[in-house]
Write a protein that binds this ligand. Structure first.
Ligand code: ADP
Ligand code: ZN
Ligand code: ZN
Length: 817
């Protein structure tokens, strides 16, 4: 009987690919193992076995696989099920999901080279037949590739043989077998056993008396080991003894020191013993009881708790209970880099049990976390991570916490899979029979709606911990202030008064402006021309610090112009303002205080955010200016005042969620004020103080906001009342994308009538030289989502078969928010 496997390959093609395997291979292979397979004319891909079976493909002849790369699955069955769900729900391929899910290091790079062992003699009688064949071949040639060994043994699964040969010291390998991942080895030294006795050591020191540097190294080593009773790193020894690596090498060569390596995880927790979790206050206690009872009937519960109510402490109690049963916990965060504070807090309670899965970590670090989770090791019982951590190989999840569940960054926009991690977490939780707790001070309309419909349990926490009052929010009418000439730059007299008072009291200020750079538009005073990005239909933003004009959509950069590029006039003006300009103005207005800025431009690099956050915590900064990065769950003790420089551009953003988002953003940033005893103050500057959203923000009235926004969503058939799928077409030729999108929309309209909107050009119609057109399909709750998607896929297939349209890129985005 012939044997086959279906393989997921990381390419955006709809189907799985079938390869032929031998009987022995088919018994060895399990879903979730990696194989190297030939693809196309000459490519080799790393694929994941999806299924082992006996059905010969009818459309093509199955090729043989090239290599088996694992001895055991690295992707487990629940993961494969989740991949299938994501591919089907978000309308992408399993290959797309595979690419997003696996750390890069799992994907085959180069070949491992097997060489002869350095040991001169080994006991050949000890070798099994297949081992001997490899060993013998290495007597004739200096090295073998895995591929050669495969040929010698006439089988593809050669890793076990190589592994046994290594154990028997018969061969060495020069690279981790077929993986980019290499364990991190740390070099240690110890005194050679010959000098273990005191007299031997005494003699040695006498011998070294004419080499004081060497003797210093030996003495230092002696004293470090006596003190710490732990292995001594070469790097520590060198640092503490002042001996260079050359001196240490000499000592090793002389046989006085012995070096050895220990494999270590790259990310090590170095902390104190775990600390007990806090005693909950009475509101938290009640909320915890309510959550537990909601979980009796409901898999998912929403916790609506005001900022600083201590939601984290409640999560901690739930986590304690789950890990006590030996189950795993996933704690999802919107942006991991912003949450150094939270990592520290959880590590205080749970120590080594917390692993962080971090987009800024290297691929190697991610493989380590992956392997720890796969082995269900105690070290990775609690995973703290951003959206991609839903892809980890959990085997027994007991709880998923989705913190700040309203955050946009849970949704991946590009590339596919365009998944929403919060929603995927619900499916993941369902597969593991794990409870899901979503928490937020400003829930998304989706989740709040689900809670109201009793799809989710619902628990409220209305008071801040220690009865700290919610901040006092004041709206400042800057139209009025301008008229009365009470503005200095972008600062109203009210804001300056409050800032002065706060700073004089030794407290800190946060200023929020949702735009980076100096100003978004540079305009010629004479002819009105403003420099545009050559690749996108958007004005270039002026960045004063580097004297550059930059495109925030494609990254295009040019030096700031000296005069107008159209008429040559030297009189240029700037319109609108960003964080850089605010920072400049603050420096002039408050010259005796320290100002810092936190936005995309100042937080690059692995520890970019941490540096600024730590400086604020340690009060090295008096005034922090920043973008929405400031809003995310930061807990600062000494910030009394928050200033929102301009509420209007958020409110006027052309998107049906603009109002909901503005509300969330403003309340979250306000929540950074006055988190200790003294009541915080928030000033919101606006041209439109009577705007409903601003009134709702200033009275912290979530319910009013929810009801009013839901009304609009009903009227205009927007989510969460209707589901929606956005179809974006892109092409460098405007006419082609226009014709294509008209065809596409017309075909959809034949199926869904006026539930199809568009095609429309988005506000920025061209990005990176590609013209965009959007089509929106609105799906009533009672219409089958899966049938709708099938129909769209049919339209899409016909579309792709039209020659003129083949070069048009189509992007399907389900639940685009
Ligand atoms: P939230 O996540 O709801 O904004 P946090 O969990 O960050 O609130 O809590 C705000 C602050 O109050 C934190 O510094 C936290 O340590 C403290 N806190 C909350 N609950 C308690 C408690 N029960 N005992 C002591 N401190 C608490
Ligand atoms: Zn001009
Ligand atoms: Zn651009």
């Amino acid at each position: 009987m012939p044997h086959f496997i279906d393989v997921i390959i990381p390419v955006p093609l709809q189907k799985l690919f079938t390869y032929s395997v031998t009987e022995a291979e088919s018994q060895f292979l399990k879903p979730g193992m990696r194989v190297a397979v030939p693809f196309g004319k000459s490519k080799i891909y790393t694929g994941i076995v999806f299924k082992v079976h006996n059905n010969e493909p009818t459309a093509y002849e199955a090729k043989d696989i090239q290599q088996i790369l694992d001895e055991a699955p690295i992707v487990n069955p629940p993961q494969l099920k989740l991949w299938e769900w994501i591919a089907s729900y978000y309308m992408c391929t399993l290959g797309d999901v595979m690419r997003a899910a696996l750390p890069n290091a799992f994907i085959l790079e180069s070949e491992t080279v097997v060489t002869k062992s350095k040991l001169k003699t080994i006991d050949e009688s000890n070798l099994k037949d297949d081992e001997f064949l490899v060993y013998e071949a290495l007597q004739h040639q200096s090295s073998l590739k895995i591929h050669d060994i495969s040929n010698i043994l006439d089988k593809k699964n050669v890793l076990p043989v190589i592994k046994r040969l290594i154990e028997k010291n018969a061969v060495s390998v020069e690279e981790e077998v077929y993986e980019k991942y290499r364990p991190k080895l740390v070099r240690f030294v110890k005194l050679h056993n010959n000098y273990a006795s005191e007299s031997a050591l005494q003699n040695l020191l006498e011998e070294l008396s004419r080499a004081p540097k060497q003797s210093e190294v030996v003495l230092t080593l002696f004293s470090i080991s006596a003190k710490t009773k732990k292995p001594v790193k070469v790097s520590d020894l060198s640092e503490q003894s002042g001996g260079s690596s050359a001196i240490i090498k000499t000592l090793i060569d002389k046989g006085i020191l012995e070096e050895y390596h220990i494999q270590m995880d790259r990310v090590q927790f170095e902390g104190e013993e775990a600390e007990a979790s806090k005693k909950l206050n009475e509101y938290q206690e009640t909320a915890l009881t309510e959550i537990k009872s909601a979980f009796q009937n409901q898999q998912v519960t929403l916790l609506h708790g005001v900022t600083s109510s201590g939601k984290t402490e409640i999560y901690v109690k739930l986590i304690e209970a789950v890990i006590a049963k030996g189950r795993q916990v996933l704690y999802l965060l919107p942006e991991i880099a912003l949450t150094a504070q939270l990592i520290n807090r959880l590590q205080d309670y749970f120590g080594e049990k917390v692993s962080v899965f971090h987009s800024k970590y290297s691929s190697h670090e991610r493989v380590e976390v992956w392997n720890n989770v796969l082995q269900n090791s105690a070290k990775a019982q609690i995973i703290l991570g951003a959206r991609s951590s839903i892809f980890l190989p959990f085997s027994d999840l007991g709880l998923i916490v989705v913190d700040e569940e309203h955050e946009q960054s849970f949704k991946q926009f590009d590339p596919a899979p365009r998944y929403q991690a919060r929603d995927t977490a619900v499916v993941l939780g369902y597969m593991h029979k794990a409870n899901v707790l979503m928490g937020s001070a400003t829930p998304s309309l989706e989740s709040y709606f689900n809670a109201k419909q009793n799809k989710y349990g619902f628990v409220e926490l209305k008071y801040r911990h220690n009865d700290v009052l919610m901040p006092d929010i004041e709206l400042v009418d800057i139209k009025e202030k301008r008229k009365k000439k009470r503005m200095k730059g972008h600062f109203s007299d009210r804001l300056m008064e409050e800032m002065t008072e706060t700073l004089e009291a030794g407290q800190q200020v946060i200023l929020f402006q949702n735009r980076r750079g100096f100003s978004p538009i540079v305009e010629c005073n004479t002819c009105g021309h403003s420099p545009q990005c050559p690749n996108c239909d958007v004005s270039l933003t002026y960045h004063q610090y580097r004297s550059q004009l930059r495109c925030h959509y494609c990254g295009y950069v040019m030096a700031m112009i000296k005069g107008c590029t159209a008429c040559g006039s030297p009189e240029l003006d700037s319109k609108g303002f960003g964080t850089e300009q605010i920072e400049e103005e603050v420096k002039v207005l408050f010259p005796n205080h320290k100002v810092a800025r936190m936005d995309l431009d100042t937080t690059r690099g692995k520890y970019g955010y941490e540096k600024i956050i730590t400086a604020l915590e340690q009060q090295e900064i008096d005034i922090l200016v920043g973008t929405q990065m400031l809003t995310k769950g930061l807990d600062f003790r000494n910030v009394r005042l928050v200033g929102i420089m301009n509420a209007d551009n958020m409110l006027n953003f052309p998107d049906f969620r603009a109002h909901e988002r503005s509300f969330q953003l403003m309340l979250q940033v306000s929540g950074r004020a006055g988190r200790t005893q003294e009541r915080g103050k928030v000033l919101i500057q606006t041209y439109n103080p009577h705007h409903n959203i601003l009134q709702q923000v200033s009275t912290n009235n979530y319910i009013d906001m929810f009801n009013e926004q839901m009304n609009d969503r009903y009227n205009f058939k927007y989510p969460p009342v209707y589901k929606q799928i956005k179809i974006t077409l892109k092409h460098k030729d405007y006419n082609r994308v226009e014709t294509a999108s008209i065809w596409y929309a017309k075909s959809l309209r034949q199926l869904f009538g006026d539930h199809v909107l568009g095609p429309e050009s988005p506000p920025i119609a061209r990005i990176r030289n590609q013209f965009h057109k959007n089509i929106l399909v609105k799906i009533p709750k009672k219409q089958s989502l899966s049938k709708t998607k099938e129909a769209i896929i049919k339209v899409n297939n016909s579309f792709q078969s039209i020659k003129d349209f083949r070069s048009v890129r189509v992007i399907l985005n389900v639940d685009n928010f």
